[in-house]
Design a protein around this ligand. Structure first.
Ligand code: BES
Ligand code: ZN
Ligand code: ZN
Length: 503
């Protein structure tokens, strides 16, 4: 999508005029450039009692030169960034297919830059479909490029242009994460993810990607990853993302870790078949990490950031790991496997320990980790667990700022105790019952975050947060996320970009 900003001039193929509730007469400029008859039609529609600018009020007016849509956006003092973004997204998804590609949105009285930019962001985010496996001739006109012109009062336009450019650069990361998440597991397996990351880094001066293959993982003793991935013909790997690797060398910087199970069949503890196809999305944590690096790079972020993704395919086979097995993880701690379907935590055990070795300012992991978090929060919010209140607050704030809710969940000691009460190993990968499954999983992960000495010589754990995105990574029907129609959401790319660039 091509997005431009201009003062109120041309009219486009389709012209959208978003209006607040109570607008009784056509705002100045709103009909600029229209023919006399179209202008009269717009003015009389706005003054009529058929249109009051309430949310969902919408009137289409046909004219020779362009199709005009009056869009009610409700009360002005109730407009939020989220509402603006959602209006933009919904407006884009309802655009007529056959009226031309050039869309003009005319922001008149009452609109400020922030809300205009958010409206545009909603359109940009929603302009996404994963149709690469559909025959070209079946595609509707919607696939050919839209061009959007956001029109506002001249004194606003310069600043607005910069902000929309920034948001659309971030959206490239969201769209990349969705592309990776939507990719079927026969096309995107661990090494293919690594290959794409290497390809992405090519030609980008301030970016480094390194892939540890199966042999290297073996050599390093990363048996959490090895054991989960060894049942598949597609062997596991670990991918390292480094942005601006040569700056702030003596400064602690963030490390973001992603669960990258390219398909989660459950392994020997195999899942039921209903909805199993959705488990191609079990690598969305790694997709978010990749998308975040794209977003940071596209917005020319100058700080150093590290990312680690733990890639494996969880399959049952003669070579697969079994319930009852004991894994020697990279940390030196052992895991008793009680359920091979609790595989995400096993691979993250190695990823988190490795992240700790980088002596980061904080670690955040993202994982489609538990069905239990979906029971707790549905598709509305990501579960946020942390050993550090300040980090947790900052993540929550960043999520709130961009309307990707991260809801704080407790790391209750009783569940942590369950996970460290194996009779034969240091940690067990399943708790003692179904209840609190997401907290059990978080309690397990916490065992693999290293401690280090603080200023007073006391040992404390590295600040760490775990985002359980099992409920928010994908939308299969439902309307909890207006910026996506189907499939992977690209969740938390915008949150983490915000956190890292504004913290
Ligand atoms: N990938 C699943 C969790 C999941 C569920 C993601 C639904 C997205 C939607 C994870 O690996 C898993 O299977 N977790 C088990 C853990 C249990 C066996 C302890 C679960 O949550 O049931
Ligand atoms: Zn699983
Ligand atoms: Zn999984």
């Amino acid at each position: 999508m091509d997005v431009e900003v201009s003062e109120i001039l041309e009219t486009g193929d389709i012209m959208i005029i978003p209006l607040f509730q109570g607008t009784e007469k056509a705002p100045n400029n709103s009909t600029k450039g229209l023919s006399r008859s179209a202008s009269i039609a717009v003015k009389s529609a706005i003054s009529s009692d058929k249109f009051d600018g309430r949310e969902k009020d919408q009137i289409s007016i046909w004219s020779e030169e362009c199709q005009i849509i009056l869009l009610g956006v409700g009360e002005k003092n109730k407009l939020t960034l989220k509402k603006s973004r959602d209006f933009g997204a919904k407006c884009f998804s309802n655009l007529p297919e056959n009226q031309g590609r050039k869309i003009v949105i005319r922001f008149t009285v009452g609109w400020n830059n922030e809300n205009i930019a958010s409206f545009a962001e909603g359109m940009i985010l929603r302009d996404y479909s994963f149709d690469k496996y559909q025959k070209k001739e079946d595609k509707g006109e919607k696939d050919s490029g839209w061009s959007i012109v956001c029109q506002a009062t001249k004194r606003y336009t310069e600043e607005l242009e910069l902000e929309i450019k920034r948001l659309s650069s971030i959206a490239t990361g969201v769209h990349l994460a969705r592309d990776l998440g939507n990719e079927p597991a026969n096309r995107l397996y661990p090494e293919e993810f690594g290959r794409r990351a290497l390809e992405w880094a090519k030609g980008k001066e301030n970016v480094e990607v390194e892939v540890w293959n199966f042999a290297r993982l073996k050599k390093e003793g990363m048996n959490g990853l090895i054991e989960v991935g060894k049942g598949s013909i597609h062997k596991p790997c670990m991918v390292f993302f480094r942005l601006n690797p040569n700056v702030d060398i003596n400064k602690q910087v963030p490390c973001i870790v992603g669960k990258g199970i390219t398909f989660d069949s459950g392994g020997i503890s195999i899942k039921g078949s209903a909805g199993m196809d959705e488990m191609k999305l079990d690598m969305h944590g790694s997709a978010t990490v990749f998308g975040l690096f794209q977003a940071l790079h596209a917005t020319s972020y100058e700080g150093r950031v590290n990312g680690i993704t733990c890639m494996a395919e969880n399959m049952p086979s003669a070579e697969a790991y079994r319930p009852g097995d004991v894994i020697d993880t990279y940390s030196g701690k052992t895991i008793e496997v009680l359920n091979t379907d609790a595989e995400g935590r096993n691979v993250l055990a190695d990823g988190l320990w490795k992240a700790s070795e980088l002596n980061p300012s904080y670690i955040i992991d993202l994982a489609t980790l538990t069905g239990s978090i979906v029971v707790a929060l549905g598709h509305e919010a990501t579960g946020l667990f942390s050993n550090d209140d300040s980090l947790s607050r900052r993540i929550k704030k960043a999520g709130d700022d961009v309307d990707e809710i991260c809801w704080p969940m407790p790391l209750l000691p009783a569940f942590e105790k369950q996970m460290t009460s194996s009779k034969i190993a240091d940690v067990r990968n399943q708790g003692k019952g179904r209840w609190g499954g997401a907290i059990q999983a978080a309690g397990f992960l916490k065992q693999f975050v290293q401690e280090r000495e603080d200023k007073n010589g006391e040992k404390t754990q590295i600040p760490w947060a775990h985002l359980d995105i099992a409920g928010t990574a994908g939308i299969w029907g439902g309307d909890s996320n207006a910026t996506v129609s189907h499939g992977a959401t690209g969740i938390q790319v915008r949150t983490l970009h915000r956190l890292i660039t504004r913290d």
